[in-house]
Design a protein around this ligand. Structure first.
Ligand code: 5GP
Length: 191
């Protein structure tokens, strides 16, 4: 019998560095695949269709929602994002471990459907560091900064729903910790 794949959900606030961590993890860990989400947001420079995202129109996204194609979907900063159900289920059945990079609301929806997944919360070093980073960029209005910091408190409160917390202070260390979690989970005795 083929061992069923393990679903690793890496999530946390937008801008916390989960994308950077995941890319590094993918290079270091063998036999793990990254799920590619669909989004309605425009493609950024350097992004590749099917590698970074499947870029779809709002109409197509809505049709896929209606069709039940997404394991979860969410609106994140004015664009829609969805995790393709078929890709996740097929790969897990075949025994591949999967890495999912999604926001917190999405992770909670996946947890409802797949509580056997491994949920990893990426945390910024502190509220102060987050505030400094936002201020430092100089792009956000005071209202937006307040909203983001308010969201920070709410997001921290979600940590208790996760299996692991990794603080992204030093990138290399954060990558090492996620890698270690994957290795440990693969060694776990499962029923
Ligand atoms: P970005 O547009 O910068 O690539 O991503 C914005 C946010 O959407 C990030 O926090 C990212 O993790 C999240 N995201 C990406 N794909 C999905 C998805 O399929 N579902 C959900 N819920 N969030 C996603």
């Amino acid at each position: 019998m083929v061992r069923k794949g393990i679903l690793f959900v890496v999530s946390g606030s937008s801008g916390v560095g989960k994308g950077t961590i995941n890319k590094a993890v993918l290079e270091k860990v063998s036999d793990i695949r990254m799920s590619v989400s669909a989004t309605t947001r425009p493609k950024r420079e350097g992004e590749v269709e099917g590698r970074d995202y499947f870029f779809v129109s709002p109409d197509e996204f809505a049709a896929r929602v209606k069709n039940g194609d997404f394991l979860e979907y969410a609106k994140v900063y004015s664009h829609m994002y969805g995790t393709p159900r078929q890709f996740v289920e097929e790969n897990m059945q075949k025994g591949y471990d999967l890495l999912l990079e999604i926001d917190i609301q999405g992770a909670m929806k996946v947890k409802e459907q797949m509580p056997q997944g491994v949920f990893i919360f990426i945390q910024p070093p502190s509220r102060e560091v987050l505030a400094q980073r936002i201020h430092g960029r100089g792009k956000d209005s005071m209202d937006s900064i307040r909203a983001r910091l308010a969201a920070y408190e709410q997001e921290m409160a979600m940590r208790k729903h996760y299996d692991y917390v990794v603080v992204n202070d030093d990138l290399e260390e954060a990558v090492y910790k996620v890698q270690a979690i994957i290795v440990a989970e693969r060694c776990r005795v499962r029923i």
